[in-house]
Design a protein around this ligand. Structure first.
Ligand SMILES: [Zn+2]
Length: 323
């Protein structure tokens, strides 16, 4: 085990503990910028012309997108994030009357798309709603398309380039809804994208230093980020597919996956804290026992952090695993 391993494990354990708590954060409403102090050079709001009307009502399907909208919209937006509970798997979220009400009042809706949060489209179909409502679909904006077999990794918030394009589109949508704030939205988006560009250059640095290093995953959640870092996922596809679909992993596949933790074969186990179960737990314990770094990833923002810090911390953990 190397010098940074202990810190990495502490961080990972903390994230797992957070992931295991049944919170009650669903449906949080926030206006303005995230309260968490950024440790990366974060966007700075520019002087804003006085707001003459109500803040723009924006609904995001998860707090990942909600945080990005808050960063760009500042105090000119009132953001409702439908899913923000770290103990809940968004894939199995069941929308309710409160979701329906928020969507019916939204002037801008940001969804993940790609089959991730289909309840948004279903509810918008019946919600009536604000005239001129704009809908942003993160998967569509990312340009990622399903493979020939129909499979698509829909976890596009781990693709920093895609999020950069999304940020610009969010600024455009906000400007259309509130032309007086257009300059503010554009400046905030530019600052957000500048920080993302710093994170992308960190990915490129990791790639040039560790291209081809092997890692294991529990689910495809972090794959866009791992690919940008040049890392090679060697997990048996049957393992991550079974975990993602919530089915049992066949014994042979589990044994093959556990064997990856032996003898320094993989540099890290990248672990979705939000859908942990007995078989992923077994894999995590095997990783810890063999001194393999565990890097936590998740579907929603960890509490008390913003998107940029979250991605920065994830890259810190990947760097520590590789060093
Ligand atoms: Zn997922």
């Amino acid at each position: 085990m190397h010098g940074s391993a202990a810190r990495c494990l502490v961080l990972a354990t903390a994230m797992l503990l957070v992931g295991g708590c049944a919170g009650s954060g669903t449906g949080s409403v926030s206006g303005g910028q995230s309260a968490a102090a950024p440790s990366t050079p974060g966007p700075t709001a520019v002087a804003t012309p006085a707001r003459t009307s109500e803040p723009i009502a924006v609904v995001a399907s998860t707090n990942v997108y909600g945080d990005i909208v808050s960063r760009i919209g500042g105090d000119r937006v009132a953001v409702t994030s439908i899913i923000s509970d770290p103990g809940q798997d968004p894939h199995s979220y069941e929308a309710n009357a409160r979701t329906q009400l928020a969507l019916s009042q939204a002037r801008i809706v940001v969804e993940n798309g790609g089959g991730y949060d289909d309840f948004v489209g279903r509810m918008l179909g019946t919600a009536g709603g604000a005239a001129g409502r704009q809908l942003l679909d993160a998967v569509e904006i990312s340009g990622h398309k399903a493979a020939a077999d129909g499979s698509l990794n829909e976890h596009v918030w781990y693709d920093l380039g895609a999020v950069s394009v999304l940020a610009a589109r969010i600024a455009d949508a906000l400007a259309a809804a509130d032309p007086a704030g257009a300059e503010t939205f554009r400046s905030n988006a530019d600052a957000f994208r500048a920080t993302l560009a710093v994170l992308q250059s960190r990915e490129a640095d990791l790639r040039s230093g560790h291209e081809g290093a092997e890692v294991a995953i529990t689910e495809p959640v972090p794959l866009y980020l791992l690919q940008a870092c040049g890392l090679h996922n060697v997990t048996p596809p049957e393992f991550s597919k079974a975990i993602e679909e919530g089915t049992d992993v066949p014994a042979r596949v589990l044994a093959d996956t556990l064997a990856l933790m032996d003898g320094g074969k993989v540099k890290a186990l990248v672990y979705n804290t939000q859908t942990a179960g007995p078989q992923t737990e077994q894999l995590r314990k095997a990783a810890e026992a063999k001194g393999v770094h565990v890097v936590g990833v998740s579907e929603t923002l960890p509490p008390g952090t913003g998107y940029l810090d979250w991605m920065s911390h994830t890259l810190d953990a990947v760097r520590d695993a590789l060093s």
